[in-house]
Ligand binder design. Structure first.
Ligand SMILES: *[C@@H]1O[C@H](CO)[C@@H](O)[C@H](O)[C@H]1NC(C)=O
Length: 373
């Protein structure tokens, strides 16, 4: 872009009163993330340029003002997959990634699957980046974002990540972290994803804040064959501290979230609406403090059969918390089986200056996601 054209573009954005910098500051474990800091904003205009800005070694503020559609950019693959939940039109099929279909053996009929290659692996995001969308214009379609291999200090705000092979399990994840630190994801909308909306892999993800995001689980294809997405938020790790607050989880049916393997989760002020299966699955090594959350029309708030972690959570305010974190814990609303009295969780988080939640509410239905900064 010529200098004059850049000036015109920036002036146009300024005129509309639209941000070309990060709005607000992170709360929770990633509070010290600064992303691209005060680097001059760049506005990519092609998928190639976006990939280059995200993956290079410069600190960058990357402003999105258009849709980046990766569908078709890497071709398609036709292969034999399987149908673990049957072949009815509302059911997800599965790509046989790493022989995953073997888990189902004879119970899952083989089927032909044709998927978009771009969806199966996200765009690499390097350290010291802010990725921000203007209004509701910044959309990444057909490919997710991947923060792995030791990256740190990344802010992603006010974008949408959509349409990643939604027909197929293993079709792709929206937001992946694995061996990362200081990542803040805020006001992001994810919709129509093949696998996970958010996945933190088995390596340490250290300090992460996932705030005010809209996890839209409504899909034509689902593992529960009922238009409710099953694969939503998978928090694995080896030394992870995750703040998850202000998020809206709509039309999900499982793993919302699944937490395990030395992962601490402070989960507060979120709103779940219309979940046809389970919300929480807490495995061994999952340490969860859940407070000020609101559950509405959720079939099973906590999967009790597989519960092997540590949980502090209640539908009543608890003064037990005061001696550990200096304040009472805030009551959840309609938490059902999500009750726990583990003071291990509280004592392990005692030095972390946890944010203080508001009362549980349905506010995230209108305040979460892209366009609601
Ligand atoms: C990120 O920025 C910090 C502070 O300027 C710098 O020390 C670090 O090397 C940068 N990281 C990368 C991978 O560029």
């Amino acid at each position: 872009m010529k200098y004059a054209a850049i000036l015109t573009a920036v002036a146009a954005l300024a005129q509309q009163g639209l941000a070309t910098s990060v709005s607000g500051t992170p709360v929770g474990f990633a509070a010290s993330a600064t992303g691209g800091g005060s680097a001059a904003a760049v506005t990519p205009t092609s998928t190639t340029e976006l990939v280059s800005y995200l993956g290079d070694d410069e600190a960058r503020v990357i402003v999105l003002t258009q849709t980046f559609d990766f569908t078709g950019t890497e071709g398609t693959t036709t292969a034999t997959g399987c149908a673990p939940w049957g072949t009815a039109s509302g059911c997800q099929l599965a790509i046989n990634a790493d022989d995953w279909c073997d888990n189902y053996e004879s119970s899952a009929p083989s089927v032909s699957v044709t998927y978009d290659n771009a969806g199966t692996l996200g765009i690499t995001v390097n350290s010291n980046k802010s990725l921000i969308g203007v209004g509701t214009s910044g959309v990444i379609k057909g490919k997710g974002l991947r923060m792995v291999s030791g990256v740190s200090n990344i802010i992603i705000q006010n974008i949408a990540v959509t349409d990643i092979n939604p027909e197929y399990v293993w079709g792709g994840d929206a937001i992946t972290l694995d061996d990362a630190d200081l990542v803040w994801i805020d006001h992001v909308t994810t919709a129509r994803i093949g696998r996970q909306h958010y996945v933190l892999g088995t390596s340490a993800d250290n300090r992460v804040s996932i705030t005010n995001n809209y996890i839209d689980g409504e899909s034509e294809y689902s593992a529960t064959c009922d238009n409710h997405h099953y694969w939503n938020v998978y928090l694995d790790g080896s030394s992870d501290k995750v703040t998850f607050s202000g998020n809206y989880l709509y039309k999900t049916s499982g793993r919302a979230p699944k937490v395990q393997d030395n992962t601490y989760l402070h989960i507060y002020n979120n709103y779940w609406n219309d979940n046809s299966g389970h919300a929480f699955e807490i495995g061994s090594g999952g340490y969860v403090l859940a407070e000020g959350n609101y559950f509405e029309d959720v079939d099973t708030v906590l999967e009790t059969d597989s519960f092997e972690g540590a949980l502090f959570s209640s539908d009543s305010a608890s003064s037990t918390c005061s001696s550990y974190i200096g304040r009472s814990c805030v009551a959840n609303t309609n938490g059902g089986d999500l009750t726990g009295t583990s003071t291990t969780v509280l004592s392990d988080l005692a030095d972390d200056s946890l944010p203080t939640p508001s009362a549980a509410s349905t506010d995230p239905a209108t305040s979460a996601g892209q366009g609601n900064l």
